[in-house]
Ligand binder design. Structure first.
Ligand code: SF4
Ligand code: SF4
Length: 340
């Protein structure tokens, strides 16, 4: 396993990190097997979040017997308010059963309001750093247009961006500035939230970047072995594989929502975003929680859609929003029928 310097944080992390979302769908025992396999394979970087169900608890239980010095544990929460942020940090420490979080990130900065709140709440993270509760501060960003706004704050040691061979523009935008500012770059969504099914292609794309650390979300030890092998073998994509990536990019480029929210608001009350990303959520989060929780209201809002197409005019990526909403609403009903 190769290790990468994560920018000015000086954290040395494995060439690929362990993403904590999919373990929500499996048992504590299965999650432990996945995490311990990842660690055996040399993965030292584990990323999770306050909002990933019981992911933090599963990680905490799995790493209890591992030498803490060998691991880089990252977690995150959205910048809500000062009290809640401080509580989230303490809660993560308890759930993860550790005394210090190596990297604490503001979760999902994707609009001006959240960005402003993050700036206002930075002193809370600095205070937590002084107290030794966290070691480094980062941010996760979804919209490409917010990447440089976040980098230009000069407040973060790492930035996590959505990057894969379908949305490769994120690398063009982030890398020059991140390298100049010595900010470590972490990539979420290497498989484009399920739009890329071929792990070989998805991870060979990352062989192009020595200083970007993709996170792999897996639900079985076999999957983590496969991804680590692709990266360890270090065999660049062949011309045929590059052509295949390009083909998938063309086919899926107008299906993958970049979460910029430019399509919002819908004057008829449809919650376009997050409806556009429902399938990607459904592939990773526990189905029962999804079809009985907040998503019910979100999907119900689709009934108000009059098919005017105004949202599609506002989407900079030309997504076929009406088609995606229709498919996702139907998919939601299909999943819901399993529990009602
Ligand atoms: S097609 Fe019109 S009504 Fe439907 S979601 Fe888009 S903007 Fe709203
Ligand atoms: S549908 Fe288009 S405009 Fe709306 S959030 Fe997704 S990428 Fe952005």
């Amino acid at each position: 396993m190769k290790y990468v310097r994560l920018g000015k944080s000086e954290l040395k992390v494995s060439r690929v990190g362990f993403g904590g979302i999919p373990i929500m769908r499996i048992s504590f025992e299965q999650a432990e097997k996945c995490i311990l396999t990842a660690i055996e394979l040399g993965i030292n970087y584990i990323d999770t979040a306050t909002d990933y169900g019981n992911s933090e608890e599963k990680i905490g239980r799995a790493i209890k017997t591992i030498n803490r010095e060998k691991l880089v544990i990252a977690t995150k929460s959205p910048p809500r308010d000062a009290k809640r942020l401080a509580e989230c940090i303490d809660q993560s420490l308890r759930r993860l059963q550790i005394e210090t979080i190596d990297l604490y990130q503001f979760h999902c900065i994707n609009n001006e309001e959240v960005l402003k709140r993050a700036i206002d709440l930075l002193p809370i993270l600095e205070k937590a750093k002084e107290k030794g509760k966290i070691r480094h501060i980062g941010a996760t960003v979804h919209g490409v247009e917010f990447i440089n706004k976040v980098l230009d704050l000069d407040a973060f040691e790492t930035i996590m961006i959505a990057l894969n061979f379908i949305v490769r523009e994120a690398a063009d935008v982030a890398l020059p500035n991140a390298r100049k500012k010595d900010v470590g770059v972490i990539a979420m969504k290497p498989m484009a939230g399920g739009h890329i099914e071929n792990a070989n292609l998805a991870f060979k794309y990352f062989l192009n970047f020595e200083d970007i650390v993709p996170l792999v979300g897996i639900q079985s030890p076999k999957e983590i072995r496969q991804v680590v092998k692709i990266l360890n073998d270090n065999i660049p994509a062949s011309q045929d594989e590059v052509n295949e990536m390009e083909k998938i990019r063309r086919e899926q480029g107008d299906r993958f929502c970049r979460r910029c929210e430019y399509c919002m608001p819908c004057e008829h009350g449809v919650k376009i975003f997050p409806m556009t990303i429902f399938k990607s959520f459904a592939a990773r989060f526990p189905t029962k929680d999804l079809v009985t929780g907040n998503w019910v209201d979100i999907i119900d809002s689709y009934a108000k859609c009059i098919q005017c197409g105004e949202c599609e005019k506002k989407c900079p990526y030309n997504l076929e929003i009406r088609e995606i909403l229709k498919e996702n609403a139907a998919y939601f009903k299909e999943l819901q029928s399993q529990f009602i």
